[in-house]
Design a binder for this molecule. Structure first.
Ligand code: ADP
Length: 838
């Protein structure tokens, strides 16, 4: 079938092209300049010259020597735009040819006729192809021109000037030939025909690989493959292939006020142009809360790259873990960092590094867990030389800013709160990982269980408890729930609806798996294993206090962690940090470390009185919760000094971990779970600590409410949730005590509660509804720009009667969710005049 293009359609395409040049200006400039060399720009100019869309004068006005590449590229766009739609159309076609990955240019096409009538005409109209094809046979062509008497040695010297790149040498040659006339041009055309080089082969030969490059690439990719093939978190020594369990999570771009719906992206989009806000920057931030799957997603990217299944525009991928970088005490250069921390080249180290420097756009670095880095990002100390040594954080910060290895794409993962405005300035874009969608939960559970009937039962059980379904949106909780399917399906056990309950379930599950007999009775397993909990708890809490997530055998010994304790499965050997002689350990997940830290506060007889109050004052990240630390004993005096320095810079990860620990503490000391501890601790101590927690929580909330400004006369008293409000609400939910919730709400005297952009997902909705339903007076609840979803809607229903208005714009709610909301909303409308905006 032939598509006949009408003049109207052609005109439409041309207009689209002009709009494309205008709207995508930033992307085009970035794409033309991202390699740092003028090659892309010059190639586009070749094409436009050959199509007579640009004149020599235009060409010279654009390629002004000594001016920045970006300015030259912008000059091109200005000129093309001013020439009108026709030239814009040719530009988009040229961009498509030179930069096939530039989004948008593909949809605008023109037919490029290359009908040359004379050799000089051919030199102009086929300039772009000739430049590419003649680059590697320039000497032969010069010989041919000298032999035919058209070129002198002066001409040859002019072409061969060492300041010119090989492609520029060909361009100079063509310019000289054009000036010499038709006969000289004929020699070139004939020579080019003789070469008969396919453009494909020429494209490949444009990259001059060092001899050892392919061997190095293979070594790197097999090391990345080995590191990324298995998931470590399965605990107790069990191993799972990433391929068998990996489930797509929800990846989104940050929601912009001007947009009406959230923008979802794919794994490949992380490295693509989509969502770019700063075309000059090379760093992509992958953000998400603890357990949302950031490390797993990066691991997936590594695996796909190493296997050749994705990210194939990048020839080398260097994966880094910030946990591991924390332990690097030496000053290093970038070259040391790449080769010593990722993969050592057996030969030609310098050539391989030079190739990396020359082709930054073919290289990608990933840094997992930036929030766990002990130093806070700073752009004060600049380093631009890749062989200069400095401390690892300084090298890392310079890489992220692009002072070092400009053009190399860097992906960093972090919890969102840990990204400072100083770092934000240097971000190319941000991609947010929002955990699992309802369909990912389904697919994860099915992958987890080989037996389909078990999977169906687990899913049924999860779906009948909507609070549990909410929890499963977090991949780490989905993993826990799937692991504990037996406990979940036991009819006599109430299925969990709090995060603490889910973690207690995995605690019991691992201990039972360790093979202890007589553990059916919920109390006896705790009695049997409380010393293990105490040992691991001490290790966990000391670790969180010092921002330590990887532990040596000496650290374990110091806290009394025995081999049997390790055998319980909550610690795993750190793959990246262990060597032949030294074993290093880490908790299966940072939230499990927090859980043990909370259990330690419950069980320990030695904690200081101020430990609990300090934990609830963590709105100030500089507070240290666990008082004096026995962990110092594990450190040498110079390390202690370093630690004192580090303490001044309490990491955001530590602050977050303290909040998670506080939340677990609320759950562990709740009336529902208190009895667990009675067998191994004095009950009066437990009750005392529970009361203290309640008091601290109430105080923290009061402090929060006191900061609400008085309303302007005639307006409603409104509260925009401060950071920490949602955390406190979740703490109350973990306690599951109506009196605590009632007491908290009796002090919240507002008519409008604004929680826009607060990362409210289904779990947060459950907690909010639980607490808000105790409000005395109706409130307006503004939840725009969150991730409530249909499951979250269901969670909110219990507090609908107390809502005067409910704003839910941009929350991934389907028609089904809306209809549930309306059904319940109609009933509430009759009582409170509820107004819903979604
Ligand atoms: P984060 O780095 O955000 O804290 P992780 O990637 O460590 O989260 O995820 C915690 C656990 O959740 C993983 O160890 C794994 O068991 C599970 N998980 C996370 N993401 C996925 C995924 N996409 N597919 C399957 N399991 C996942």
């Amino acid at each position: 079938m032939k598509l006949i293009e009408s003049p109207v359609l052609e005109e439409h395409k041309a207009m689209l092209a002009q709009e494309f040049v205008l709207r995508q200006r930033a992307d085009i400039v970035h794409a033309l300049c991202r390699s740092g060399s003028s090659e892309y720009l010059e190639s586009v100019l070749d094409i436009l010259l050959s199509q007579e869309q640009l004149t020599w004068e235009d060409y010279q006005n654009i390629l002004v020597p000594g001016r920045s590449l970006h300015t030259n590229a912008r000059q091109l766009l200005d000129l093309v735009f001013s020439k009108g739609v026709e030239t814009c159309l040719h530009l988009t076609a040229a961009l498509k040819q030179v930069l096939p990955k530039l989004t948008g240019a593909q949809s605008i096409e023109i037919t490029n006729e290359e009908r040359a009538t004379t050799s000089t005409h051919a030199l102009v109209t086929q300039r772009a192809r000739l430049v590419r094809e003649l680059k590697d046979s320039l000497d032969g062509l010069l010989d041919a021109l000298v032999a035919s008497g058209h070129f002198s040695s002066v001409d040859c010297d002019e072409v061969n000037l060492p300041i010119r790149t090989p492609l520029q040498q060909v361009r100079t040659l063509l310019d000289l030939v054009l000036a010499k006339g038709e006969d000289a041009a004929h020699v070139v055309v004939k020579y080019a025909q003789q070469q008969q080089t396919s453009s494909l082969l020429v494209n490949e030969s444009e990259l001059r690989f060092p001899k050892e490059f392919s061997r190095y690439q293979k070594k790197l990719s097999s090391s990345v493959l080995a590191q990324s093939s298995f998931v470590g978190t399965y605990g107790g020594g069990s191993i799972m292939r990433l391929d068998d369990i990996y489930t797509e999570g929800q990846l989104e771009l940050p929601q912009d006020l001007s947009e009406t719906s959230s923008t979802s992206v794919t794994l490949e989009d992380i490295v693509g142009e989509v969502g770019t806000v700063n075309t000059e920057a090379d760093t992509v931030l992958l953000s998400g809360y603890a357990g949302s799957g950031k490390s797993t997603l990066l691991q997936r990217m590594h695996l796909l790259w190493a296997r050749g299944a994705a990210l194939q525009d990048f020839l080398l991928l260097f994966p880094f873990s910030c946990r591991r970088l924390n332990s690097e005490q030496r000053e290093l250069s970038v070259i040391d960092l790449l080769f010593q921390h990722c993969c050592w080249p057996d030969r030609d180290k310098d050539e391989i590094f030079q190739f990396i420097l020359d082709h930054p756009h073919l290289i990608i670095f990933t840094f997992d867990g930036l929030d766990e880095l002990k130093d806070t990002f700073s752009d004060e100390q600049r380093i631009c030389c890749p062989t200069q040594c400095a401390s690892v954080p300084i090298i890392l910060f310079n890489l992220l800013q692009g002072c070092l290895m400009k053009g190399v794409l860097k992906i960093v993962s972090s919890r969102p709160q840990a990204v400072s405005p100083a770092l934000k300035k240097h971000l190319r874009k941000e991609v947010i990982l929002k955990g699992f969608s309802p369909s990912s939960i389904d697919s994860f559970v099915r992958k987890h269980h080989n037996d389909a009937t078990v999977a169906v039962k687990v899913l049924q059980s999860v779906k009948t408890n909507s609070a549990l379904l909410g929890l499963c949106h977090s991949p780490v909780l989905c993993w826990i729930v799937s692991q504990c399917h037996k406990e979940l399906l036991d009819s006599y056990e109430e299925s969990p609806k709090t995060i603490t309950h889910a973690y207690l379930m995995i605690l019991q599950h691992f201990f039972q798996r360790q093979g202890s007999a007589n553990t059916d009775d919920g109390l006896s397993w705790m009695l049997q294993h409380h010393t293990t909990i105490l040992h691991l708890g001490q290790l966990a809490s000391e670790g969180i206090n010092c921002s330590v997530y990887v532990f040596s055998q000496a650290d374990l010994n110091k806290c009394g962690v025995t081999e049997m304790d390790v055998g319980s499965g909550f610690l795993m050997q750190s793959k990246s940090m262990s060597s032949n002689h030294i074993n290093m350990f880490e908790f299966l997940h940072v939230t499990i470390q927090c859980f043990f830290a909370a259990a330690f506060i419950v069980l320990s007889t030695t904690i200081e009185h101020c430990t609990i109050p300090r934990l609830f004052k963590t709105q100030d990240p500089k507070m240290t919760p666990f008082g004096s630390t026995c962990f110092h004993g594990c450190l040498s005096s110079s390390e202690q000094q370093q630690k004192l320095l580090d303490d001044r810079d309490t990491t955001e990860a530590k602050h977050q971990n303290m909040q998670i620990t506080a939340m677990f503490l609320c759950g562990l000391l709740s009336q529902r779970h208190q009895c667990l501890w009675f067998q191994c601790c004095s009950s009066s101590n437990i009750v005392k600590r529970a009361k203290l927690v309640t008091k601290c929580l109430s105080k923290a909330l009061q402090k929060h409410f006191k900061s609400i400004p008085q309303p302007v006369q005639g307006e409603k008293k409104s509260m925009h949730a401060m950071p920490g409000f949602v955390w406190l609400i979740k703490c109350i939910y973990e306690m599951q005590e109506n009196t605590v919730a009632k007491d908290a709400m009796s002090k919240m005297d507002v008519q409008h509660l604004k929680l826009t952009y607060c990362n409210i997902g289904p779990v947060e909705c459950t907690a909010l509804a639980y607490v808000l339903q105790h409000l005395k007076n109706p409130v307006g609840l503004q939840l725009d720009y969150n991730s409530v979803g249909d499951v979250g809607i269901e969670q909110l229903l219990p507090c609908l009667h107390i809502c005067q208005s409910l704003y839910l714009r941009n929350n991934n709610i389907s028609d089904e969710g809306i209809s549930k909301l309306i059904t319940k909303g109609i009933l509430c409308f009759l009582t409170t005049n509820l107004l819903i905006t979604a």
